[in-house]
Unconditional design. Structure first.
Length: 48
């Protein structure tokens, strides 16, 4: 998880939420720009 934090400049809390969404194949709801960018790059669908 740490590499994801560093690569995408996320907090550990944000990285955990992205990881959960990836594991469960769920969309992610966020208004945070960095988190949204990282999620899109990882193939997640965003709910904004």
């Amino acid at each position: 998880m740490l590499p994801r934090c560093r690569t995408h400049k996320l907090t550990s809390y944000d990285a955990v939420n992205i990881k959960r969404a990836l594991r469960r194949s769920l969309p992610l709801a966020t208004l945070d720009r960095a988190m949204g960018t990282a999620a899109r790059e990882l193939g997640l669908t965003l709910l904004v």
